[in-house]
Design a protein around this ligand. Sequence first.
Ligand code: BES
Ligand code: MN
Ligand code: ZN
Length: 495
Amino acid sequence: MQLRYIEDLAQGQETPLLAIAVADGASATEAYLSAIDSVLRGGVEAVMTAGDVTGKSSDEVVLYGQAEGPRRVVLLGVGKADDLDAEKLRRFAGRAVRVAERLKLEALTISLEGMDGVDAEVAAQAVAEGAGLAAWKFTELQAEDEESPTVLVNAVDLVGGDTAASSAGAMAGAAIARAVNFCRSLQDRPGNVATPTHLADEAERMCSAMGLDVTIFDEARMREEDMHALLSVTRGSDEEARFIIMEHRGGEDGEAPLILVGKGLTFDSGGISIKPSQGMEEMKYDMSGGAAVIGAMQAIAELGVHANVVGLVPASDNMPSGTATKPGDVISSLAGKTIEVINTDAEGRLILADALAWGARMKPAAMVDCATLTGSVIIALGHHAAAVISNDDALVAELREAGDSSGERCWQLPLWDEYRKQLDSGAADLQNIGGRPAGSITAAAFLKEFVADVPWAHLDIAGTAWGEGKLPYQRKGGTGFPTRLLVEWVRRRAG
Ligand code: BES
Ligand code: MN
Ligand code: ZN
């Protein structure tokens, strides 16, 4: 999708569709609305006088223009002006794209007017993100329906706003949307396509396009490095595992990096502790954390963020076979700790253990991992927020703020020392499950054993990485969560 910022008036655009935000209680006499009316023969005023658009967030009316200027204008209510924020603008832009789709239009223009309560750069970024995310669809494995070919929006122009701030925001939002959509395409690819090798190939392709350094470990290299926890998970699979290292050098030489770690479990059958077959197909999205880190690295490179950032993705299948790790096996790990594998379905924490230990050796300023780690986070928070669990409350505050402004929220769960007892093992330094109570927290307590003294936070995204497409800028499938949050956090850190 092509996104441009155009320094021009909305009413002058030769566009098949112009989308306009209308806040609750706005009147047709407002300058930006009456300007539109000049090319609509008073249509806006008529609609608003009739009360058909009052600014409520469900309002939507399409008006038809004349030969000059916008062919159609859609007025979209956005709720109370005082409550307007970035997330409401993402949804507004998503609705505008859905209206264009319904009308089978490939292009539209979105006005940045009527958003005075929101900083101009933030508003343009949010609108660009919402439009870019809404226009994207995963189609690569399906034939075109010849009767009614899908028409997707492929060009969006933003107009109005404040030139310098709005064009900067629009360009950042477009880069972030591309990164999230890259993440979503990796998520939506099934396990037979998105293998560990495929993730590594895609990371390599992205890194060479963006000028990032990239290193890929194969299993022989993992063995040399003592990554026995990661190797224990891939043992049962015929697919080769990969460990992906991506490096963005945007900071000073020698400046401690920020490290992003993502679980790249390309299919989670549960291994010998096999999952029930009902719904097992969804476990193709168990690589969502890894996909988000690869996507975030793309945006960080494209935005030229002034920080050193390293992305780490342990990528593996989890399969049962005669060579698979068995319940009761005791394995080693990169950090040297031994682990009793009670349940082979608690595999994410094993591959993350080695990735986090690898990251900790680089003495990062902070390290954040994201992983579809536990079903129990869905019981705790549903699908509206990720859990954030950490050894550093200041880092939690940063991530909560980055989450609120990116629209990818997270909510803290505690990590008190008492939880560690649930991981005591009779046979090894620790065991890989902590029983039913506080499943998301004991998973994080396990990870904490491998981060040494690095400020670290874990995001459990099992409830947020995949969805039914409930928001206007989403579709059924991968959501890209937490690509936007990670990029926002890194940008804020870089100042
Ligand atoms: N990948 C799953 C977690 C998951 C569940 C992700 C639902 C997305 C949706 C993870 O590897 C897993 O199997 N976790 C187990 C842990 C248990 C064995 C301690 C779980 O949550 O049941
Ligand atoms: Mn599992
Ligand atoms: Zn898993």
